[in-house]
Design a binder for this molecule. Structure first.
Ligand SMILES: [Zn+2]
Length: 290
């Protein structure tokens, strides 16, 4: 576990864009520089003080009230993840909240302060922007990141990386009630799908793209940041359709994924068809645009 390469592989970075506000966020985290990952490793939130009432929530001095808010939200968020993803957490998840953009940037593994939440090394790291001015997004972003942390708790790093990003992000958007996709609504996403501006539905993820969700054809005229949010919204709608169209099938698939089985096998275990056929059905359904 000591080589840098191993550390990089070990680390899973999942970024939620700030969207619309910072241009840089759009390109932030598709492939973080090794120095940012190393910085995040040396600045894991475990080193910060923890709340007296909840030792899992760590805070930069000055963010104690923010930490209290997170602590109050955690039980409901955890219950929601465990119900939707079909298992309890493999182990408790540490959450770190930050008072300053500088300390947050050092810990968030992308090196960019404009990403509001990240799950790295199994820890959820939250931006000062979720305390102010984006406090309203806090419950959904916290839940979104906990979805990623839940997978990371059960699965090996390699297995997590090989789950396609559209599924991981779509799952996190679904279970958080839209966290990370707040700035694109379903109607806008459906219209884009009908125009052919739809995400790539692949059946494996890659180390070379830890968080991006690419398009078949990118939405015309959209900023990089808006494209990311559009991709998350489409992914969330598709995963929601998978869940709602066959809940027992979804549970079988989820169980196989958490067992670390290849995504192709997991989809087959759930639905007895491949994921592209399922996307076609989704796209032709009311949920997908027709
Ligand atoms: Zn995410």
């Amino acid at each position: 576990m000591c080589t840098m390469r191993h550390r990089i592989v070990w680390m899973i970075l999942v970024a939620v864009p700030l969207a619309l506000i910072t241009v840089a966020a759009g390109t932030a985290a598709a492939f973080p520089a090794a120095r940012h990952i190393a910085s995040a490793y040396w600045n894991m939130p475990d080193r910060l003080p923890a709340l007296a009432g909840n030792s899992l929530v760590h805070f930069e001095p000055g963010a104690e009230d923010y930490a209290q808010d997170v602590s109050a939200l955690l039980p409901a968020a955890i219950a929601r993840i465990e119900a939707a993803q079909g298992r309890p957490f493999a182990h408790p998840v540490t959450v770190g909240v930050y008072a300053t953009p500088e300390a947050y940037a050092a810990a968030n593994a992308s090196g960019v302060a404009g990403v509001v939440g990240v799950t790295a090394f199994g820890r959820v790291v939250l931006s000062p922007a979720l305390n102010w001015p984006q406090h309203r997004r806090l419950p959904a972003i916290l839940t979104h990141e906990l979805s990623h942390a839940h997978l990371q708790g059960w699965m090996s790093t390699s297995a997590v990386i090989h789950v396609p990003n559209w599924f991981k992000e779509g799952l996190a958007v679904m279970v958080s009630g839209g966290g990370g996709a707040e700035f694109v609504d379903e109607q806008e996403a459906r219209a884009a799908i009908e125009r052919g501006e739809r995400i790539v539905i692949n059946d494996t993820g890659s180390f070379w793209n830890l968080s991006g969700v690419p398009f078949e054809r990118a939405p015309a005229g959209a900023t990089p940041s808006h494209q990311i949010v559009m991709a998350y919204r489409q992914a969330g709608m598709f995963v929601t359709w998978l869940h709602d169209s066959d809940a027992p099938g979804f549970a079988r698939m989820m169980n196989a994924i958490l067992d670390g089985r290849p995504f192709v096998e997991a989809v087959t275990a759930g639905y007895r068809q491949d994921v592209r056929s399922l996307w076609q059905k989704f796209a032709q359904s009311d949920a997908g645009g027709k």
